[in-house]
Design a protein around this ligand. Structure first.
Ligand code: AMP
Length: 285
């Protein structure tokens, strides 16, 4: 599964990415984290990025595109990844499209976390307080002044991506003002509806089965059974078209213009398949 999480600073992209990582066994690629690691290690990229980031500006496109291009070639990215904080400009999105094409990879969905701007300052202040409480150093750009700049950048440079991905029929919008659990639930429902969640969960289960080193044979069997039990639920959700109906309603103008989101398309297909099977069964009976 390959996903992009889109949203302003403090919208919960990092938190949601970590939850999806656990669920699907894919990796989170946060350009912000990678740049902070580069700064800490004082690499040439880190030295270039340090002052730019502290001032709340965007690091040049070629730097972040280079980082992502190298990273998605690594072995741990083979099962998929969640891009968190990338792309942030239309140019980065275009470069990402080219990269994925060259590497024969496809993007499953772009999940936009929609939040009220008024809540963001409180969230970022909360994050800084929690970091301080853990005895860790607070990010240089988590201050009200720099946050204002980062928000301005988001509005002017990153928000156009909403239309970019809506035009590609990849955009799914989730209300990021709900609780963390509710937001995760909504994302999982959307991913199931487009067929990405179900297949990824299955491949995670089969990877575990293939490498049972840390688990007893019976434990592995139980895990597979558990996944198998979950499958009908997912199908039922797709069949009812519940999330599928929700996604286009919340999608941006661009997506509505095209009439359907990927979620809608795929869930409808699954529902149709289900209906066909049912008709055949009935005919036999
Ligand atoms: P984040 O951790 O995603 O909030 O990013 C922190 C900072 O890192 C941003 O304010 C930018 O200065 C820089 N940064 C992270 N990702 C990107 C990107 N895709 N393009 C440009 N700058 C970035």
């Amino acid at each position: 599964m390959r996903l992009i999480l889109l949203g302003p600073p403090g919208s919960g992209k990092g938190t949601q990415a970590q939850r999806l990582v656990q669920r699907y066994g894919i990796i989170q690629l946060s350009t912000g984290d990678m740049l902070r690691a580069a700064i800490a290690a004082q690499t040439p990229v880190g030295l270039k990025a340090k002052d730019i980031m502290a001032a709340g500006h965007l690091v040049p496109d070629e730097i972040v595109v280079g980082i992502i291009s190298d990273r998605i070639d690594q072995a741990d990215a083979v099962n998929g990844f969640i891009l968190d904080g990338f792309p942030r400009t239309v140019r980065q999105a275009e470069e990402l499209d080219d990269l994925l094409k060259q590497k024969r990879m496809t993007l499953d969905a772009v999940v936009e976390l929609k939040v009220n701007e008024s809540a963001l300052l409180a969230r970022v202040e909360n994050r800084a307080a929690q970091t301080r409480a853990r005895g860790e150093e607070v990010r240089a750009d988590d201050t009200p002044e720099v946050l204002a700049k980062r928000l301005h950048n988001y509005r002017t440079q990153t928000e156009p991506l909403i239309h970019y991905y809506a035009d590609q029929r990849k955009l799914m919008t989730v209300d990021g003002m709900m609780t963390i659990e509710e937001v995760t639930g909504e994302i999982l429902r959307i991913l199931d509806a487009i067929g990405a969640g179900e297949s990824q969960a299955k491949s995670k289960a089969s990877r575990k089965k293939a490498a049972p080193a840390k688990r007893s044979a019976s434990g592995a069997k139980r895990a597979v059974k558990k996944t198998a039990k979950k499958a009908p639920k997912v199908k039922a959700a797709a069949k009812s078209g519940k999330s599928a109906r929700k996604a286009p309603k919340k999608a941006t103008k661009g997506a509505r213009k095209t009439g359907r989101t990927a979620g809608h398309r795929s869930a409808t297909k699954t529902a149709r398949k289900g209906a066909k099977k049912l008709t055949k069964k009935r005919a036999k009976a």
